[in-house]
Design a binder for this molecule. Sequence first.
Ligand SMILES: Nc1nc2c(ncn2[C@@H]2O[C@H](COP(=O)(O)OP(=O)(O)OP(=O)(O)O)[C@@H](O)[C@H]2O)c(=O)[nH]1
Ligand SMILES: [Zn+2]
Length: 198
Amino acid sequence: MPYRVFEEFNIQVTDDIKENYKSVIEHLGEDVSREGLVKTPERAAKAMQFLTSGYDQDPGAVLKGAMFAEDYQDMVIIKDIELYSLCEHHMLPFFGKAHIAYIPNGHIVGLSKIPRIVDIFARRLQVQERLTHDILECIHSTLKPQGVAVVIEASHMCMMMRGVQKQNSVTTTSGFRGQFEKEGTRSEFLNLISAKLH
Ligand SMILES: Nc1nc2c(ncn2[C@@H]2O[C@H](COP(=O)(O)OP(=O)(O)OP(=O)(O)O)[C@@H](O)[C@H]2O)c(=O)[nH]1
Ligand SMILES: [Zn+2]
């Protein structure tokens, strides 16, 4: 199945994760049987399964499911796609925006499929660099466009709430293939994602 609405949880997996969360909460010095916490291990188990639900979804199939033959040879940009992921080092959220462009090569793709694949790759344990490349390579290999560009700007909770505790730093990662490796095309894309047109 290329993607799904996350409604059904595997009972055995949920139960196993729940038992582990009970132990984590107890180790943190809390009483897992008090009213506010009694359902927390199960809620947390379900939340984590949702936040990592990208593993069993096929991003290539999502794109392939909505490719349409079209003779449009110019840049298509979808910018300000919000994303939420989990850093694989601390399992804390990082979040921000993705800006994605491609230049079609005989086929366009259904617009919603681009944010869908962002979510599929983001809902895994990630680093921002790999997330950027996963999206780039998926579009490059599936749609085979004349070029593809991905920019991600994100804030990492592991650098904000703990550790170095920097509240305002933003990490930018980018990847370019095909036509976007040329200075002119890349500049046009970067100018358009920086512009305030609305
Ligand atoms: N490159 C990269 N690093 C990340 C990302 N998310 C978290 N990190 C970093 O992963 C690193 C893990 O470093 P460690 O020294 O093993 O972990 P730590 O002792 O918790 O490090 P501090 O966060 O500096 O306290 C940290 O520097 C994090 O900032 C990411 O998406 N990309
Ligand atoms: Zn981290």
